[in-house]
Every structure is written in structure tokens, then in C-alpha cells.
Write a protein that binds this ligand. Structure first.
Ligand SMILES: [Zn+2]
Length: 363
């Protein structure tokens, strides 16, 4: 097999280690600063049509256990992305570039392309009561896009993909926005009667374009920068200013968690000003999400913070503390309970999550 590997796709990240009679060996490049390594996306071109093996060296990845029972995403000769059969021996993730496929693309998760983002924003610009505005320009010259849908006096904020490798968060926002623009939908009508909604579908466009897993162009983890770090994360400065200008009554920060099989919510129980009212509202959100989506559960998740011990550098804790509103991190899986959680599933969950948000806003 003579395949040529490159990272010439959006968010591309790979390095070629070598090749042998079984095929090619590659590895993801760590994020700048070297603290994280997981995301990969690359192209594989096979000119002789014979196909062959692809092996990803997982020795340097941050969460090797997340690759157990993992099926990588692939697109063959431009066809829609799908999960393909993959095996993992604890050190290498292996799959096939099939015979007869000239150009294959492989990734940890289905990439969300700039073309798709442009089409979504164009559709949203035409939606009733919607404005699409840039909250600022990032160091790499990307716009930090926010979609606002005018409605009632409350303020709902949804921020997705502070961590760029958690691309399912942007797919979630995509499905959520599409539903939110349909005013014939009774849930949407009721939600928008309650609240004006602002959605930031990709909070870290530089990291997404560069193929980082966790950090922005400066190598900083934005979700550890909401307090006391204004230099390395201009994206957070812009988000904080926009939230301050509009205020906020419910905040959802959407992420992906490498280890979980099911989606879950991390609440802000460790915030110094957390009280029974906030606890009841966040519990309402969790109940409603669990009712509406079987891939969500209450058993998965992080250990709860002790009272007063929350890390206020993270967006949800910061916003919850300073605006005294229900404020959560919503974690989506990479693999899903059945190894098959896809972009379309993330879109559907995004759309359905509006019922849960309405349940909280109408309390
Ligand atoms: Zn995250």
C-alpha cells in the first residue's frame, strides 16, 4: 500500500510516524503547551487502490482508556461521515483504508466544517427575530459568532465548544439553533415568549481551525480562564463582556467528556452563593433532560464539589456565582453507550434540550 497522509482538512491534526508491511503508523500532535493530546483528523490518499491498514499510536494521548471500544469516524471519497470498525490493543488504534477508496478522511469525531458553519449562520440571519453578530475577532482573525433570537425578558445563554476537540458540542448547538428558529414549534414559541436566547456555537474557533483538542491559539484552556486570566483568552473576555451587557438567567456550557458513555450535567453546587432555589432549578433541568433523551443519565458525572469549593475559573461556575442563576456544564459523550453516537444524534439532543430549558425558564 502506498498511502499519502496529510492534515490538509479543517482542524487537521496528525503526524506520520512511519509505515511497515501492515500499513501506515500515525499519531496525533499534542496541543501547544503539551498538556493535552487526543483530537486527530487527517486525509489518507491511496493511489494504487489496494487499501491498507492505518494504526494510530495512542501512547501519547491524554485519555487512552477513552479509545477502548472506540469506532473512529471516516468519510470515503467525499461520502457522508460514518463510524467504521476500529480495534484497540491498549497502545494502537487500528482500522482500514478500504481498497478502492482513493481519498479517505479519518477523525476522532465528525468534523464541523467552516462551510457548514457559514450555511448555519446564513440561515439564522434570515430567521425571525434573529441577529448574528461577532463578539470579537480572535488572535487568528476568526470571528467569535453569536446568534441571538429575540424573545421575552429572561436571558438564556448557551456556549459551546470552548474545548475545540469536543466537536459534538457544536453539532449540539447546530441542532438546537435549527429548532429555535422554527416559531411554529410550540416549545420554541413558549421558550421565546419567556426568554431572549443567545447561542455561541463555537467559542474557540482558533483551536478548532488549528486542530487542538483543548486549548486556544495561545495554548490556554479557556474553561480555566473565566476569573483572573484576561491575557491568554480574549475569547473569554469577549464572552464575559457580552454576558454582562445582556445579563443571564440560565447558562448552559456545552462540552464533550472523553470517558463518559452517556451525556450528563455538572451543576454549580460548590459555588459560595449556591442556595436551595438554584439547586431546585438545576435539578429541574437535569430531570427534564433525563426525560427527553435516553443517552442522558444522572449516574455518570463528576464527584460533586464541596460547598464553597467550586472552581470559579470555569464558565458555568463563574456565571452561576456572579449572576446567581442556574448554570451548568453539559457534557456529551465521544463514543456513546452503543459505540455509535453521531453528529446527527448530537443535533437531535440539542434540539430536544430546548424542552428542558423551557421547563427551567417557566418555573
Ligand atoms: Zn470540555
Amino acid at each position: 500500500m502506498t498511502v499519502e497522509i496529510d492534515d490538509e482538512l479543517f482542524g487537521g491534526n496528525i503526524t506520520v510516524i512511519g509505515s511497515d508491511e501492515d500499513g501506515v503508523i500515525v499519531a496525533p500532535e499534542p496541543d501547544p503547551e503539551g498538556d493535552f493530546c487526543q483530537w486527530f483528523a487527517f486525509r489518507s490518499r491511496d493511489r494504487d487502490g489496494a487499501g491498507g491498514g492505518v494504526r494510530l499510536d495512542a501512547n501519547g494521548v491524554s485519555w487512552p482508556e477513552a479509545l477502548e471500544d472506540y469506532n473512529v469516524f471516516a468519510s470515503f471519497d467525499g461520502a457522508p461521515w460514518e463510524r467504521i470498525e476500529t480495534s484497540f490493543d491498549g497502545a494502537e488504534l487500528s482500522w482500514q483504508h478500504p481498497a478502492g477508496v482513493e481519498l479517505a478522511e479519518f477523525a476522532l469525531w465528525e468534523p464541523y466544517t467552516p462551510a457548514r458553519r457559514r450555511r448555519l449562520l446564513a440561515r439564522m440571519r434570515r430567521a425571525r427575530g434573529a441577529t448574528v453578530a461577532s463578539l470579537g475577532v480572535t488572535p487568528d482573525g476568526n470571528d467569535l459568532w453569536a446568534v441571538q433570537l429575540l424573545g421575552g425578558p429572561k436571558r438564556l445563554w448557551i456556549v459551546a465548544r470552548q474545548h475545540p476537540g469536543e466537536v459534538m458540542a457544536e453539532w449540539f448547538a447546530d441542532g438546537l439553533l435549527e429548532r429555535l428558529s422554527d416559531l411554529r414549534d410550540p416549545t420554541v414559541k413558549a421558550l421565546r415568549a419567556e426568554a431572549t436566547v443567545t447561542v455561541v456555537p463555537c467559542a474557540n474557533p482558533d483551536g478548532a481551525a488549528r486542530g487542538h483538542h483543548r486549548v486556544n491559539a495561545a495554548g490556554a484552556d479557556m474553561n480555566r480562564a473565566w476569573i483572573d486570566d484576561d491575557d491568554s483568552c480574549p475569547e473569554v473576555v469577549a464572552l464575559r463582556a457580552a454576558i454582562e451587557a445582556s445579563s443571564v438567567d440560565l447558562f448552559i456550557d456545552v462540552h464533550g467528556d472523553e470517558r463518559t458513555a452517556r451525556a450528563f450535567v455538572a451543576k454549580s453546587e460548590g459555588n459560595p452563593s449556591y442556595d436551595e432555589r438554584l439547586a431546585a432549578l438545576e435539578a429541574r433541568l437535569v430531570d427534564a433532560l433525563a426525560e427527553g433523551w435516553e443517552e442522558f443519565d444522572r449516574e455518570s458525572g463528576y464527584p460533586e464539589d464541596e460547598p464553597g469549593e467550586a472552581d470559579l475559573r470555569s464558565a458555568a461556575n463563574f456565571v452561576g456565582e456572579f449572576y446567581e442563576c442556574p448554570s451548568v456544564t453539559l457534557e456529551l459523550p465521544f463514543n456513546g453507550a452503543g459505540r455509535g453516537w453521531t453528529a446527527n444524534d448530537a443535533r437531535q439532543f440539542g434540539a430536544r434540550s430546548l424542552d428542558a430549558m423551557l421547563a427551567v425558564l417557566s418555573e
